[in-house]
Design a binder for this molecule. Structure first.
Ligand SMILES: C[S@@+](CC[C@H](N)C(=O)[O-])C[C@H]1O[C@@H](n2cnc3c(N)ncnc32)[C@H](O)[C@@H]1O
Length: 493
């Protein structure tokens, strides 16, 4: 979809009570027909979370039917698939946790949402390399919801005897009394979420419907459960900013806190320590086949139900507060990169180089040689990745090497920004985006080709010449502008 068209559609998403996507319902798509059936049963519309749940986890859904394909140039990339360094660093932290527990004979690791088994493979293998005694104590359990992913994981892990599988949902946790660690990478981002934003000053929730054989989105009053979640977690909801409401992620954290007897819970995912909505960007992203990313072209979720991933960022402060309330101690809360650095990724990389000269790591080393530190993927592409580690019943002094707790981020949502060229003609976009007082300096501008430019706090810095429909930008202070945008922490695209 051309960017101008996307901008126009996004404008409708945020400002109109009803958004006609223009995407036709495909009666030949089994997931789409299942969604349509649900909509009919529910008097004409379903919450977005139900659309997402059926798209990903019904019989023909993206995860449940095993269509998901993770890796470089596949549907999407994850850290454990990108490098052994990720799983190895986590193994090193698990060994320290095991030591903090007095090196028990049995140490349980429960990984939830194991994808293609890459993280489990790294941990089980690196446990043998780093500490054979730890490896002997290790009992690895995978809790996986997607039926068709389990055989793929079993094939990948066939050489290990100490792995068992439980098919089920992590947030309906079939486990208790765990002594060891619960771990996950990119799990809660795959949970069905609601999307909320303010419309004409009122918080609304997104519903999905089908009308005249096309997909339609409708803003309506939030369900009592969603309203309570917003209130309980004191979430600031703004106009033009969609905040994903991940009730199941909180439910999972609550259940893990209870099911853990002694040990740690490590959650790695994209997100941050506060609300995650980005202005004028919808609250979920879609990823499709063969490396195509549909970050902006959000209508792919309606074009290909069951064939694309749908995902949203995690507000880690909600999970952290829950664990604190449940009596757990925060051991680490910060970026994934900081976590891996403290976990000893540099030492692991050195060790990997030593082992690689004679053994199985040769291919990995060759891959790493493009960027010899091996940090490239884990640091750059994961800039938005966050790690949270909480502990229960253990002496966390043993984990002091990692102790970090980031303050809750209460900054207003970020806005993607581009810098235009001076002197060209631009068109003033949707003034309604400035409807919220705290954002009244925001302005949206499109150029002659319909490309979108967003301006935060810059009206006094750039001179706008022209009517309120057509403007010429005098950018004599463009240097300042770049600095202002960067200082404010906005995303440059
Ligand atoms: C984005 S993938 C991440 C896969 C893997 N952890 C990685 O980093 O490559 C999400 C994984 O979580 C699984 N999953 C989603 N919802 C789940 C749930 N409620 N319980 C357990 N697993 C779930 C999916 O089937 C998939 O394996």
């Amino acid at each position: 979809m051309p960017e101008g068209e996307i901008a126009e559609k996004l404008h409708s998403v945020f400002t109109q009570p009803r958004f006609d996507t223009g995407v036709k319902f495909d009666a030949g798509n089994k997931t789409a027909t299942e969604i349509e059936k649900r909509i009919r049963e529910r008097d004409g519309k379903i919450p977005f979370s139900e659309f997402m749940d059926i798209s990903l986890y019904s019989e023909h859904g993206y995860y449940s039917s095993g269509k998901v394909d993770i890796g470089i140039e596949k549907d999407f990339q994850t850290s454990p698939e990108a490098s052994e360094l990720f799983g190895a660093s986590i193994t090193s932290v698990l060994i320290k946790t095991w030591s903090a527990m007095g090196r028990p004979e049995r140490f349980q690791v429960v990984e939830m949402g194991a994808g293609q088994g890459a993280l489990a493979h790294s941990i089980l293998q690196w446990a043998e390399d780093l500490d054979p005694d730890f490896s002997k104590s290790l009992q690895y359990t995978i809790v996986e919801y997607a039926k068709d992913l389990i055989p793929r994981q079993q094939e990948k892990l066939a050489m290990f005897q100490n792995v068992q599988w439980i098919r089920g949902s992590a947030y309906e946790l079939p486990l208790a009394n765990i002594e060891g660690a619960f771990i996950s990478n990119e799990l809660p981002d795959a949970f069905p979420v609601e999307r909320v934003a303010k419309l004409n000053g009122e918080v609304k929730q997104k519903f999905v419907s089908i009308d005249d054989n096309s997909w339609v989105e409708i803003w309506d009053n939030p369900s009592p459960e969603v309203a309570k979640f917003i209130e309980d977690n004191k979430l600031q909801i703004h106009g033009g900013v969609e905040e994903p409401i991940n009730i199941k992620a909180l439910e999972l954290q609550r259940q893990l806190d209870q099911a853990l007897n002694k040990g740690v819970i490590l959650t790695v995912d994209y997100g941050k320590n506060g609300t995650v909505g980005v202005k004028n960007t919808i609250g979920v992203r879609t990823f499709g086949r063969s490396g195509n990313m549909y970050r902006r072209d959000f209508l792919k979720a309606y074009e290909y139900p069951g064939n694309v991933d749908i995902t949203s960022s995690i507000n880690f402060s909600i999970l952290t507060e829950q664990s604190i309330k449940d009596g757990l101690k925060v051991v680490f809360s910060g970026t994934q990169y900081d976590f891996l650095t403290k976990a000893g990724i540099a030492e692991i990389a050195t060790k990997m180089r030593e082992i690689a000269q004679t053994t199985r790591f040769w291919d990995e080393l060759v891959r790493m040689s493009k960027n010899i530190s091996g940090y490239h993927f884990l640091s750059s592409s994961t800039a938005n990745f966050y790690s949270l580690m909480v502990a229960k019943g253990i002496n966390t002094a043993h984990l002091d090497f990692i102790n970090t707790q980031e303050a809750i981020d209460t900054k207003p949502p970020k806005v993607p920004v581009r810098l235009p060229e001076s002197g060209k003609t631009y068109y003033l976009g949707f003034p309604s985006l400035a409807e919220e007082a705290e954002y009244d300096t925001n302005i949206m501008i499109t150029d002659e080709e319909g490309r979108l430019w967003l301006y935060p706090h810059t009206l006094e810095r750039i001179k706008i010449i022209g009517t309120d429909q057509k403007v010429v930008l005098d950018l004599t202070q463009k240097e300042n502008l770049v600095q202002v945008v960067k200082d404010a922490g906005y995303i440059m695209s």
